[in-house]
Ligand binder design. Structure first.
Ligand SMILES: *Cc1c(COP(=O)(O)O)cnc(C)c1O
Length: 368
């Protein structure tokens, strides 16, 4: 007889799960709704990618898909190297920067080699560390939610910093990144620059000077290509070799041939890039101003999202009410930030719809 899984019957469900799978606490991503809505919850770019991407897709030779992709992603790595001003040997590519980060955790940290990250940052970091049994320390952000640079300098062990940080949007400048890197040449510093193109200076150029710095970037946000899953790391060739070793124990062909070509084309389109980020930076400014008029305090953002709060207003309620109106943003029920909303910068029209909806909710939203 075939036993069918009864939903809710956890013991049955976990029949074949090993101890590690049972113990995992997976990352919870923002929703990807099937219905039409105003989607300001996962920091996607509100505009379509460079038209060069469409040209590549239209000219895909379907016959060529029978072959495996170039495992070294040579052309894509050349494109990254061009943008970042480094040698191709200093670039590693992966299936989204999430994968690159997961490989980096595997390659560089273990029970003996700790890692530290901010108490308020990208919630994938504790997920990777826990799943690999890597002990980690949390470094508290300052009262203004900025990265506490001195504590990273003092920490003995590897560190990872999202820069700008998520979900705050606050930038740590490269002079401070340099101080953290220089403080201890024997520990690795990973800088996750998923949002750097929206208002910060990349630390990528410093990877030529320091062998203990790895910079990770993605085409998901500033190249409007979250759907193709391409991320990359820039670092000394010895670090890149380690990432390749890890990749080649799991899956030698992580980046498919279509994704390699589309991402390379996007990276080469400087004009699209400058225009697009200019629009988002301008929208961020006007969104922040409109929020201020409604009494919201917004942290200084160098990203394509804002992190905002209003005294005496229940942030969770605002999140839920906006959702009912078909506007998705992000709310984190976590200590220190449960009064905040994270709003992706959309098109001017989307931002306006959001602000209109908020302006109706805010006066009625005061707690008794
Ligand atoms: C979005 C994001 C990533 C992951 O991006 P990919 O789509 O996997 O390339 C990594 N780090 C931070 C902080 C992010 O916000």
């Amino acid at each position: 007889m075939h036993l069918r899984l009864k939903s809710g019957d956890d013991d049955m469900e976990m029949k074949f799960w090993n101890a590690a799978t049972k113990a995992i606490s997976p990352y919870v991503a923002g929703e990807q709704p099937k219905t039409r809505c105003i989607k300001l919850n996962t920091n996607e770019n509100p505009y379509p990618p460079s038209s060069a991407c469409e040209d590549v897709l239209r000219s895909v030779d379907v016959e060529s898909l029978r072959k495996y992709p170039d495992p070294t992603s040579a052309k894509l790595r050349e494109a990254v190297a061009g943008v970042c001003g480094v040698e191709t040997e200093m670039v590693f590519t992966g299936n989204g920067s999430d994968e690159v980060l997961a490989f980096a955790f595997r390659a560089f940290f273990d029970e003996q080699t700790m890692i530290a990250f901010a108490d308020i940052t990208y919630s994938f970091y504790p997920v990777y560390a826990k799943s690999l049994g890597i002990p980690y320390s949390l470094i508290a952000v300052r009262d203004d939610l900025s990265i506490d640079v001195e504590r990273y300098i003092a920490f003995k062990g590897g560190v990872i910093i999202a820069n700008p940080n998520a979900p705050t949007g606050i930038l740590t400048d490269t002079t401070d990144i340099r101080r953290i890197v220089e403080a201890d040449p024997d520990r690795l510093v990973i800088v996750d620059e998923a949002y750097i193109d929206f208002g910060g200076e990349s630390a990528a150029f410093m990877t030529k000077e320091y062998d203990n710095l790895l910079v990770v970037q993605t085409v998901s946000k500033s190249r409007a290509l979250a759907g193709i899953r391409v991320g990359y790391a820039i670092g000394n060739s010895a670090l890149i070799k380690a990432l390749e070793r890890v990749r080649d124990t799991i899956n030698s062909y992580t980046v498919d041939s279509v994704a390699q070509a589309v991402a390379a084309a996007a990276l080469k389109d400087d004009e699209w890039f400058e225009v697009n980020r200019g629009k988002i930076i301008a929208s961020r400014k006007s969104l922040t101003e409109k929020l201020a008029e409604m009494g919201f305090e917004t942290l200084p953002s160098a990203a394509n999202f804002v992190f905002t709060t209003k005294r005496d207003v229940d942030a969770r309620m605002l999140y839920e009410e906006l959702k009912k109106k078909g506007i998705l943003i992000r709310y984190f029920d976590l200590p220190r930030i449960d009064g905040y909303l994270r709003i992706t910068v959309g098109t001017p029209e989307e931002n306006e719809a959001l602000c209109d909806a908020l302006s109706v909710l805010v006066p009625a939203s005061r707690k008794a």
